[in-house]
Design a protein around this ligand. Structure first.
Ligand SMILES: [Zn+2]
Length: 490
C-alpha cells in the first residue's frame, strides 16, 4: 500500500529544466537540479586529498532580498514575513557559525511573469536583478511550481511566499546555494516504496545506493558519511523522533529509518532542524574557497539589544486631538528601521489604520476618528537583527473634539494656540499650577530646549528658534510633569 502521496514532483533529468506552462495547484518542494557544480568541486577536492581546514570563526554573509508582486495593486508590506524567514535561516545556520544579514533594504519588483514563473522566466528575473556581493533571494508566488529552488545557472534562490516565514525552505535552498545536494541524491524522480528492496532500484537511481554500514558513504548518496542513507525524494512526515515512521531496506537487506532532522531531506516542515558536521564543512568551504566575495568577518552594524518598546513618548496619558494625529517613541539602540502597525483592534487582525516602515521615531497617522481607542505595535530592526520581536501592545485615545486651533485645556493648564505660526509665541496659562521649568522635545524625543521659568499665571514661549514641526512641551512642577503638544507652522 502506498501511504505516501507523491506531490506531483516532475523531477526527471530531462524534464527538470523544461518550462512549466501552468502553475501547479500544490507546490512541489524543491526544484533545484541534482547536479550542483559547487558540490562536484567539493567532492573532487576532498577525493584529491586537498586539506579542507576546519575553522569555526563566524562568517557573515549578506543577502539581497526581492519581493516580487503581480501588479501595483498587490504590493503589500511584507517586511515582517521577510524578517521571520531570515530569522529561521540564522537559527538553522547557528551551528555552522554562518550569519546572514541584509545587504540593504529589501527590493520590490512588479512583474506578473516573474511572480508566477517557469525556469526560463525565473532565469530572466535573476539575471536582470541579481547584484554582486550578496546572495540574491527572490520571494514570488510560484517559483516554477515549487516551494523553492536554487538556480546554479543564475546563482540565486527563489522561494514561494507560501513556503517562507518560519519554515525550513529558506535554509534548504541556502544549503543548495552553498553546495549541498539532497540527502537522497540520486533518487530524484524515483519513488521508493517502503518494504521494497533498494537493489530493485539500482537501474534507475543515478548514484550508488548508500548502505547502512557506511561502507560506500563517500561515493553513494550525497557523499557525506555523517548523513544517513535516504531514498525518499517525495515529501514525508516524520515521527516524534523526527525519523520516518516506516523502515527502508538497503541493498544488503539492512533496515533503517530515514533521518527527517536533516534540512536537506524532504521531511515535512517541523522535522528538519539541522545540518550534519560534514555538510557544515562543505558549506563553510564553499564560502571561504569559492565565494570569498560573500564573506565578511564582522557584521555591518551592531545588533539591537533585546529590549522592547513599552510606552509611547507621545501621546502619553491624555487623549490626542484627532486632527493632531502623531505618535512618537523612544529611540531603540542600533535600530535602523521601525515597522509600525496601528489598529482599532487589540488583536491587530483585520484592516490596519497604518502599516508602514519608518527610520524616524515619530509618525503622522491621518484619518483618525474622534473618541476612539487605537493600538500601536512597533518592530525595530536593522540589517543584522531581525528577531527582536514586537514592542508591547500600546494604546492611545483620540479626544471627542478636535482642538488644534483651540485652547487645549487639561489639568488646569491651558495652551494657546496649539497650532502656531513660527515666530509667534505660545502662551501657557498655568492657573494655580506653579510650573518651574519647561522642556521642549522634538518628536524624535530629542531635547530642543530646557528653561527654568519664574512661576507665573501666564508663561510666554518664543518660537523663533524652532523649525516647523510638532513639539512636545514637558511642564515640570514639584509634583511632577505634564505634557502638551504644539504645532509650529511656517
Ligand atoms: Zn532541494
Amino acid at each position: 500500500m502506498n501511504l505516501y502521496i507523491r506531490s506531483g514532483i516532475v523531477f526527471g533529468w530531462a524534464l527538470l529544466w523544461t518550462a512549466q506552462g501552468s502553475i501547479a495547484q500544490q507546490l512541489s518542494y524543491c526544484g533545484t537540479p541534482p547536479d550542483l557544480p559547487h558540490w562536484r568541486w567539493y567532492m573532487h577536492h576532498r577525493e584529491a586529498g586537498v586539506e579542507l581546514r576546519e575553522d569555526t570563526t563566524t562568517l557573515y554573509v549578506p543577502v539581497m532580498v526581492y519581493s516580487v508582486f503581480q501588479n501595483k495593486d498587490h504590493v503589500s508590506n511584507n517586511i515582517h514575513f521577510i524578517l521571520r524567514t531570515l530569522s529561521r535561516a540564522n537559527s538553522d545556520f547557528r551551528r555552522a557559525n554562518i550569519r546572514f544579514y541584509l545587504f540593504e533594504e529589501p527590493d520590490t519588483l512588479i512583474n506578473d511573469r516573474w511572480y508566477s514563473h517557469d525556469y526560463y522566466d525565473g532565469q530572466e528575473m535573476m539575471e536582470a536583478n541579481n547584484i554582486d556581493g550578496a546572495i540574491n533571494i527572490y520571494f514570488v508566488g510560484s517559483p516554477a511550481g515549487n516551494c523553492g529552488y536554487y538556480s546554479p545557472a543564475s546563482d540565486a534562490v527563489a522561494i514561494a511566499y507560501s513556503c517562507g516565514g518560519y519554515s525550513a525552505t529558506i535554509s534548504h535552498e541556502l544549503g543548495h546555494f552553498l553546495s549541498l545536494p539532497h540527502t537522497f541524491l540520486g533518487w530524484e524522480g524515483t519513488e521508493y516504496f517502503p518494504n521494497s528492496k533498494a537493489s530493485d532500484y539500482s537501474h534507475v537511481v543515478f548514484r550508488p545506493i548508500e548502505t547502512v554500514d557506511g561502507s560506500n558513504c563517500q561515493e553513494a548518496g550525497d557523499g557525506f558519511c555523517d548523513t544517513r542513507p535516504d531514498y525518499l525524494s517525495y515529501r514525508w512526515h516524520c515521527d516524534s523522533d523526527s525519523m520516518s515512521s516506516f523502515s527502508l531496506t538497503d541493498p544488503n537487506g539492512a533496515q533503517f529509518h530515514a533521518d527527517g532532522r536533516n534540512i536537506m531531506s524532504y521531511s515535512t516542515d517541523y522535522c528538519p532542524t539541522m545540518f550534519s558536521k560534514e555538510q557544515i564543512q562543505a558549506m563553510r568551504t564553499n564560502l571561504t574557497r569559492r565565494r570569498i566575495e560573500l564573506v565578511h568577518d564582522r557584521p555591518p552594524q551592531r545588533p539591537i539589544p533585546p529590549t522592547k518598546i513599552s510606552t509611547l513618548l507621545f501621546p502619553y496619558g491624555h487623549p490626542v486631538p484627532p486632527d493632531t494625529p502623531v505618535i512618537s517613541w523612544n529611540t531603540v539602540p542600533n535600530a535602523m528601521y521601525y515597522y509600525v502597525q496601528v489598529s482599532r483592534r487589540r488583536s491587530f487582525n483585520g484592516p490596519l489604520v497604518l502599516d508602514t516602515i519608518t527610520t524616524d521615531t515619530a509618525l503622522w497617522i491621518p484619518g483618525l476618528r474622534s473618541g476612539n481607542t487605537y493600538y500601536v505595535r512597533i518592530y525595530p530592526y536593522n540589517l543584522v537583527t531581525f528577531d527582536n520581536g514586537w514592542s508591547e501592545r500600546m494604546k492611545f485615545r483620540t479626544a471627542k473634539t478636535s482642538s488644534t486651533f483651540t485652547a487645549a485645556r487639561h489639568d488646569g493648564i491651558t495652551l494657546y494656540p496649539t497650532c502656531v505660526q513660527r515666530g509667534m509665541p505660545v502662551r501657557v496659562y498655568t492657573g494655580e499650577i506653579r510650573v518651574e521649568s519647561i522642556t521642549i522635545l522634538s518628536l524624535y524625543g530629542k531635547t530642543v530646549d530646557h528653561t527654568k521659568v519664574r512661576p507665573s499665571e501666564v508663561l510666554t514661549l518664543p518660537t523663533d528658534a524652532l523649525a516647523p514641526g510638532m513639539y512636545i512641551l514637558q511642564l515640570y512642577n514639584r509634583k511632577g510633569m505634564i505634557r502638551r503638544a504644539v504645532f509650529l507652522v511656517q
